[in-house]
Structure formats: C-alpha cells, structure tokens
Design a protein around this ligand. Structure first.
Ligand code: ADP
Length: 449
C-alpha cells in the first residue's frame, strides 16, 4: 500500500467509502421501500373492496352490478357473496372460497405460501332492500413484490455505475489536487540535480495548505539563494582584497632580488613588504573574526557584563590613537550599566565605531562617546565632526567590504561596521548611522538591558 501513489490511495479510499455509503443507503431504501410497497398495495385492495359497494344496487327484486364493477382490477380479484357464502358476482378465487377461508369483516389476512401467497380482505354490509352482502378482495402478494423487485434491479444497475463514476472522478480530483505537489517535487529535484537555486515553484495565489507549503518553500529558496550569493560575494571580495597586497609583496621581492643595488633600496623594499604583510594579517584577522562569529554566533561566551567598564577601556584605547590624529575624545559614560553579552564582541563593536570616528575625523576635531540607559535599553552614541557620509552611502556602509572612498581608507577593508552591526544584532540590539557630509556623523547602538 505504501508503494502506491497518493492519488491512487485517495481514490481507493474515496471509492471504498462511497461504496459503503451507497450500499448502506440502498439497503435502507430497499427495506423501507418494500414495506411501503406492501402498505400501498394493501391500501389499494381495501379501497377497491370498499368502493365496490357503490357499484351494487338492488332494484326490482334483482341485484344489479354496475359496469364499473370489475371483478379484476389492478391485480385485485373481487367476488360478491350473500350471507350464505354463495357467489353472486365475480370470479371464484381458487382455494380462497368462503368454504376454504371463512369470511371475516375488515380483516387484512395473508394466506398461502411462496408464489401462492395472497392478501385477502372481506367487507360485510347491508344492501338496502336485499340484506347481508359480502365483498371479498384477493390480491396476490407477487404484485406487492413487483415494485420491490424493480427497485432491486435498478439498484443492481445503478450501484456499480455510481461506484465507477465516483472512482473515476475521485481519481481526477485527487490528481488535480496533488498537481502542485508534483511541481514542488520537480523543482526540488531540479535544484538537487543542477544546484540552480534560482528556480522557484511559483504556484501563484492560492489559499490551501499546498499553496502555503509552496510559498514557504519559495521563501526558503529566496533566503538560501540570498545567503549563498552573500557568501560567494564575500569570498570573492576577500580574495580580491588579499590579492592586492600579495601582488605588491611578490613584486617588491622580485624587484629586490633582481635589481636592488644599495642597502637603502633593500630597506625600502622590505618596509613595503612589511606594510603589505601587515595588511594581509589584519584582513585575515577580520575574516577569522567573521568566520568565528558566523559559526558560533555570539552565544558562546554570553554572561552578564559591566558594559560601562568595557566602554571606558575602549574609550581609553581610542584616545591614544585620537591623540596621534590631534582629535579630542570626550567620554560621557553612565557607570554600572550591565548587559547580557560577550565581552570581547562588545568591546570590538565599540572599538570599531571609535576607531572610525578617529579615522574619518578632521585634524583637531572632537569625538564624543556617550553611554546612557533608558527603561529597556543601553544606548551608546559615537559622534564626530569629521568628513561625514553622503546619504546615498548610508545604507551601504553596513555591507561587507563597502568603503565610501577607497583612497581615504587605505588601511580599512570595509569590515568594521558590518562586524559592529552583526554584534549588535547578535545581542538582540540594533545599530544605525546619521550623517551630514562635511559636518560629521552619529553612530548609535542600542542593546536590550
Ligand atoms: P573601514 O575599515 O573601511 O573603515 P568600515 O566598515 O568601518 O570599514 O566603514 C565602512 C565605510 O564607512 C568606511 O570606508 C567609510 O567610508 C565610512 N565610515 C565609517 N565610519 C565613518 C565615520 N565616522 N565618518 C565618515 N565615514 C565613515
């Protein structure tokens, strides 16, 4: 049974159920129908016997039987007797004369066996001028069975036809209902075979469960494709970033080996190699940080930490590089603020913002670092009066490897802000930037308390 396709299973189940219901309905109908048919024919018998009285008259000393009085009508045989049981009119029913079966007024009797079974009904009344008269009606039970037998025959023909029609239609209904499932299977199969994540089931707008399943499947494919594209982009960007310093290192080494004549030239070449190697090392450190964050999330070292202290130490470190650039760093940190988080990641997030405010600040500028709390959040802002970010770049600076001005951020890879946002999100928080080019920027992070 498990090997059968679902549409066949559904049609089989439906057909079996339908057969049971139809058979049960017919059995009930036949039982009730037979009873009703017997009652109806017996009623007929009583009516014919009772009505016959109106067709009998006594005139001029003679009993007159009207032409309307038929001794055989609708299967009923009528016979009229006098008080002594002598036949006056009609045909004597074989074996059912008053001497065989005494007359009995207004009693429905069923006599005989098998095919010779009869319903017998007698009526006694006083004919004006004449005296006692009996009318006997006899009806073979065969005629009550005729309707029943006809119904049986009809049943025997209609039942299989109904079942066949039901089976065929249930097969087609199941087939069309399950058509979307075939599409889902086909799409999943195509993706599995060819790895083409751009395929979609696209069933369109429908309300049933299968449409919902297909929409969820498509949505999942969207997300998967997005994740794969991002991953691919990241790898390609990372390779690109690594290739430049490595090419410089190779070129400098080749130059040094082939054509350097003085120690000074060799010294310069080595310095250049060292600088590029440092770049490579920084980039590798960033990539490693991302790889770790991606594989562990931030949950690996979550604990309650005093973020005020972390902010203070980040600000102290940042003020050292700020001093070199002639930038004043002012820290305004509410003491004793606690969050549930990863100490190393939180320091990295604040450091990335502070470092940027120095990197993109103006000589003799000011950076303000403020940490406050409201009812539900810890809110940190890093404000600088540096070069600012133009409106069209504000969304993009959060993308990995995005730099507004490549020439200005020679020692950056465009990974600091994406990392900061990643950390904020991993802590259930958010981070955003507002900026006015030429006037400065404000970076604000919010973490749940
Ligand atoms: P980078 O390592 O290049 O600094 P980030 O991801 O930290 O990478 O920043 C991305 C880009 O956003 C930077 O290249 C820079 O153009 C811009 N940016 C970031 N912070 C600031 C800031 N405080 N002021 C002006 N521009 C900024």
């Amino acid at each position: 049974m498990n090997k059968l396709p679902i549409k066949i299973k559904i049609s089989l189940l439906f057909t079996a159920l339908m057969t049971i219901i139809v058979v049960a309905a017919f059995v009930v109908l036949l039982l009730v129908g037979e009873r009703l048919a017997i009652n109806a024919t017996q009623d007929d018998l009583v009516r014919l016997v009772t009505e016959s009285r109106t067709d009998i008259e006594y005139e001029y000393g003679v009993l007159d039987f009207d032409d309307d009085l038929k001794f055989y009508e609708n299967g009923v045989s009528l016979s009229v007797y006098n008080a002594a049981g002598q036949l006056l009119y009609g045909r004597q029913p074989v074996g059912l004369t008053p001497s065989d079966l005494p007359l009995a007024h207004a009693e429905m009797r069923i006599v005989g066996e098998g095919p010779a079974r009869y319903c017998v009904y007698d009526m006694h009344y006083q004919q004006e001028g004449y005296g006692s008269l009996w009318v006997r009606g006899v009806l073979p039970t065969d005629s009550t069975n005729t309707a029943f037998v006809a119904l049986m025959r009809l049943t025997a023909v209609i039942l299989p036809i109904l079942i066949v029609i039901g089976a065929i239609s249930s097969y087609f209904v199941a087939r069309s209902a399950l058509k979307p499932v075939r599409r889902i299977t086909q799409t999943a199969g195509n993706i599995a075979d060819g790895g083409d994540l751009s395929q979609r089931i696209s069933l369109g707008d429908g309300k049933d469960e299968i449409y919902a399943l297909a929409a969820t499947f498509d949505h999942m494919l969207d997300r998967l494709q997005h994740a794969f594209d991002k991953e691919r982009q990241f790898t390609s960007d990372a390779s690109h970033e690594l290739r430049t310093p490595v090419s410089v290192i190779i070129a400098q080494c080749e130059l040094a080996l082939s054509s350097i004549e003085s120690v000074d030239e060799l010294y310069d070449a080595l310095e250049s190699v060292l600088e590029q190697a440092r770049q490579v090392s920084t980039l590798i450190a960033h990539l490693l940080a991302f790889a770790r964050a991606d594989s562990n999330g931030a949950s690996a070292h979550m604990e309650t930490v005093n973020i005020s202290e972390l902010a203070r130490s980040a600000a102290e470190q940042a003020s050292e590089i700020a001093q070199v650039s002639g930038i004043t760093l002012e820290a305004d940190i509410e003491p004793g603020l606690k969050v549930f988080g990863d100490e190393t990641l939180l320091v990295r997030m604040m450091w990335n913002l502070l470092e940027n405010s120095v990197k993109y600040g103006n000589m003799n500028g000011v950076t303000t670092f403020m940490l406050r709390s409201d009812k539900d959040h810890i809110v940190g802002t890093v404000t600088d009066n540096g070069i600012g970010v133009a409106e069209e770049h504000l969304d993009k600076i959060w993308e990995r490897f995005y730099r507004v001005d490549q020439s200005r951020s020679t020692d950056g890879f465009g990974l600091g802000l994406p990392m900061a946002r990643y950390i904020a999100k991993a802590h259930g928080g958010s981070i955003l930037a507002t900026s006015t080019p030429g006037l400065g920027s404000v970076f604000t992070f919010k973490l749940p308390r």
